[in-house]
Design a protein around this ligand. Structure first.
Ligand code: CP
Ligand code: NVA
Length: 310
């Protein structure tokens, strides 16, 4: 796609794409995953370069984007705050203007969503959100693809969110509104989801429950995340006390659907937000979830750079 092309898209929040675009992406991810499993070379992005900017730590996001771009024939530049001028207060708009003249696509993991929005506004190439304080759309893309692989369509289903009203929770709400399912949310008091911050308008896409057991009742998928997200470490001790009852355990899984799945974006803390029995148990699909980051993001980069195939 040429710079400045009016068809250029960014992926900054889950709601940036419509349901019909997700149907296309999930189909492409399935196709790309099948080829990968068959050791078939698929290199539609030869000569394309991805810049990855990390202002927070990562294992899965880095490996999946970097490996994915190389597998598709392209190359990758990896930048962090510490080893670039970003850490020395070069304005984000200037960084965007410069970096986007040299590469074809950019993935950013940072703090405030406003920062990635500011970068995208001055970028000549597509920008992907690799996690902000507010959202984590690539993770939910992988999670829903994983759900579909195991159980079919997520439309009309119930997802139980147990824990912090954080970037993952916000993104689940956006996904529920976009794809037509319901999130049953239970957070400790003071850590609720804020529908305005989550960016959802339809209050039918989520229901709030005081007790995590109530949120899990009848759920098709139970999911959680760390008690303290990156950037909130100063609140760690306070959060440990507040979240003690928000640990997904066998009792919670027992009130969900008998074939309910368990997901966690990882990294996980066994004995805090989830017991070892649940995350290492038969209902857990966390390793598929992590692997699927690779396949869905390859489909995402293909879509942002080449548009629809075929
Ligand atoms: N789930 C996820 O984004 O993992 P990383 O922080 O390791 O990238
Ligand atoms: N909510 C977590 C997700 C990590 C992948 C965080 O933001 O740290």
């Amino acid at each position: 796609m040429k710079p400045g092309n009016s068809l250029m898209k960014h992926y900054l929040q889950f709601k940036d794409f419509r349901a019909e675009e997700y149907a296309y992406l999930f189909e492409r991810a399935r196709n790309i995953k099948t080829r990968f499993k068959n050791y078939e070379k698929y290199q539609p992005l030869v000569d394309r370069t991805l810049a990855m900017i990390f202002e927070k730590a990562s294992t899965r996001t880095r490996v999946s984007f970097e490996a994915g771009m190389y597998q598709m024939g392209g190359s990758v530049v990896h930048l962090t705050t510490g080893d670039s001028q970003l850490g020395r207060a070069e304005p984000v708009e200037d960084s965007a203007r410069v970096i986007s003249r040299m590469v074809d696509i950019v993935m950013i993991r940072t703090y405030e969503q406003a920062k990635i929005e500011g970068f995208a506004a001055h970028s000549r190439v597509p920008v992907i959100n690799g996690l902000t304080n507010e959202y984590h759309p690539c993770q939910i893309l992988a999670d829903i693809f994983t759900f579909i692989e195991h159980r079919g369509s997520i439309q009309g289903k119930v997802v139980a969110w147990v824990g912090d009203g954080n970037n993952m929770a916000n993104t689940w709400l956006q996904a529920a509104e976009t794809l037509g399912f319901t999130v049953h949310v239970s957070t400790p008091s003071g850590y609720e989801v804020d529908p305005q911050l989550a960016g959802v308008r339809d209050s039918r896409c989520f229901k709030v429950f005081n007790h995590p057991m109530q949120a899990c009742e009848g759920a098709h998928l139970v999911t959680t995340d760390v008690w303290t997200s990156m950037g909130y470490e100063a609140e760690n001790e306070e959060r440990r006390k507040a979240f003690v009852d928000w640990c997904v355990d066998d009792e919670m899984m027992a009130v969900a659907q008998p074939d309910a799945l368990f997901m966690h974006c990882l990294p996980a803390h066994r004995g805090e937000e989830v017991t070892a029995e649940v995350i290492d148990g038969p209902q857990s699909v966390v390793w598929d979830e992590a692997e699927n980051r690779l396949h869905v993001q390859k489909a995402l980069m293909e879509y942002l750079l080449l548009g629809r195939i075929g």
